[in-house]
Design a protein around this ligand. Structure first.
Ligand SMILES: [Zn+2]
Length: 241
């Protein structure tokens, strides 16, 4: 897959005692559909998950879990356009608080949390709306964001192109198949994030702790490089103007 042939080197040696491979850990992928695109102010209208007890290597038996949630406010039309969830779909559905205990019970069974933009979007939303229980659960659990992996491995990764890392575009380029009910429903997106991550499995350290730490560090460094690049481009454009 030539678009993703940029492969930053990652550590292959590991000092962690009793190191476990992240690909073997029981994994929970999470995804939210929301009332707005702003993670700091949105409410959740669907909480989806995909649970693979046997880890990423055995996705065939993965269980998809999705719950529509009544956000208690009107869903703006521009959000319905993205995920297709309307006010009448969520009336009478549980509030987020009603399903949090079950959801957190599932989180506590997982050895690894995955998602697509989970570090930048879904994770912060769940942290804000669930509170300390979420933060505590994330303290000792590796979280691998498939979007981070995609970004790091994209050739010409700073090139402009609106939406080039969108999950639908990435899935298409990788030739991955959507489960029924398709993109932009939470459990389907969660399932796809597992497929994407599995495709890039050899681009990460095998050890779960190493993968977690390396991906977080590499993504932070990438962000810094990206911002420096944008600054430089801006300066160039101003010079030319
Ligand atoms: Zn390690």
């Amino acid at each position: 897959v030539s678009q993703y042939d940029h492969q930053p080197p990652h550590p292959t040696q590991c000092d962690h005692s009793g190191a476990v491979r992240w690909i073997d850990l029981p994994v929970l992928a999470v995804d939210t559909e929301t009332t707005r695109a702003d993670s700091e102010t949105c409410s959740i209208v669907e909480l989806g998950a995909c649970w693979a007890k046997g880890g990423l290597s055995s996705l065939d038996g993965a269980e998809r879990l999705g719950t529509l949630i009544d956000p208690g406010i009107t869903i703006p039309a521009e959000s319905t356009e993205i995920h297709g969830i309307r006010d009448q779909d969520v009336i009478g559905k549980p509030a987020l608080g009603d399903i949090v205990p079950d959801f957190m019970a599932r989180v506590s069974q997982a050895g690894l949390i995955v998602g697509y933009n989970v570090r930048g979007f879904d994770g912060p939303i769940l942290g804000r709306l669930i509170g300390p229980d979420w933060a505590r659960a994330m303290q000792d659990r590796p979280m691998l964001d498939a979007l981070d992996v995609v970004r790091l491995n994209t050739v010409g990764r700073f090139w402009r192109g609106q939406g080039r890392h969108k999950l639908t575009s990435v899935a298409e380029r990788l030739g991955l198949e959507w489960v029924s009910n398709g993109a932009h429903r939470a459990s389907a997106d969660a399932q796809m994030s597992l497929q994407v991550l599995r495709r890039f499995a050899n681009r990460l350290p095998e050890c779960a702790r190493c993968a977690n730490e390396w991906l977080a560090l590499a993504s932070r460094q990438e962000r810094v490089r990206f911002e420096a690049y944008i600054e430089k481009q801006k300066a160039k454009e101003e010079e030319a103007a």
